[in-house]
Design a protein around this ligand. Structure first.
Ligand code: KIV
Length: 264
């Protein structure tokens, strides 16, 4: 079983093999996800909402991220692990570098993820120049939820879509190795995916991205809230393994997301 690296992800983009990603927060799920062919495990700060029951991700700490990422990295061998830098852990390039180093050293993550565009580009550069891979996150950025005024689709106007494209390019130029696009119109996400050399992983961003990510509890029907962009893959199946295998297969053969899971 060969470990997935950022080189593997770039090769998958160039050969048009879709990247299947799920969130993961603990060892038991990580083990199943790793064994069922999930390519990327994202230890998202969504854990604040999914595990802690908070209304936002804003209360998640560096210690939370290190603890949950450690559980995941200890229990997976093949998948690449991405770990979120929590709220206010990267307000300056120096603070970002110090916290990214902590995550890399203490949790053994393969990559860190940060929300934002131009305003974080120097922080991204400081981390990538230090040898730690970075995944950007644009579109709906839950750490800016109060500024965005709620969980809603982003980049719906031409000027917002152009700003999103500029930010995506800037993140790539700053050294990011991957980008998550959350809740943006499918056409905008497809354009950005073909514009960038780095892989783009979408959530609520249509089938034109290089890969897909969903919250694992959502695909197992465990979350109270149901989202248009998600799907219960456990429905009609007997086990968590089968549900995750079905998710991976649907991402790889482009049957997920369908138009009904996407935004115009
Ligand atoms: O925190 C998270 O789980 C995420 C994904 C939903 C993309 O950022």
């Amino acid at each position: 079983m060969q470990k997935i690296t950022i080189k593997t992800l770039k090769k998958m983009k160039s050969t048009k093999e879709k990247i299947a990603c799920l969130t993961s927060y603990d060892g038991s799920f990580a083990k199943i996800q790793d064994e069922t062919g999930v390519d990327v495990l994202l230890v998202g700060d969504s854990l604040g909402m999914v595990l802690h029951g908070d209304e936002t991700t804003l209360n998640v700490t560096m210690n939370n991220m290190i603890y949950h990422t450690r559980l995941v990295t200890n229990n997976c061998h093949r998948a690449l692990v991405i770990s979120d830098m929590p709220y206010k852990s990267y307000t300056s390039p120096a603070q970002a570098l110090e916290n990214a180093r902590r995550l890399a050293r203490e949790s053994n993550t393969d990559m860190v993820k940060m929300e934002g565009g131009k305003e974080i580009s120097e922080a991204v550069a400081s981390i990538t120049q230090d040898g730690i891979p970075v995944c950007g996150h644009l579109g709906l950025m839950p750490q800016s939820i109060h500024k965005l005024g709620g969980y809603r689709v982003q980049a719906k106007t031409e000027s917002e879509a152009n700003k999103l494209k500029e930010d995506a390019i800037l993140l790539q130029v700053s050294g990011a190795d991957c980008l998550v696009l959350e809740c943006v119109p499918a056409k905008v996400a497809a354009d950005i995916s073909s514009l960038l050399d780095i892989p783009v992983i979408g959530i609520g961003a249509g089938v034109g991205c290089d890969g897909q990510v969903l919250v694992v509890y959502d695909i197992l029907g465990l979350s109270e809230q149901k989202f248009k962009f998600s799907k219960n893959f456990l429905s009609g199946r007997d086990s968590i393994s089968d549900a995750i295998k079905a998710y991976v297969a649907a991402v790889k053969n482009n049957s997920f997301p369908s138009l009904s899971h996407s935004y115009e």
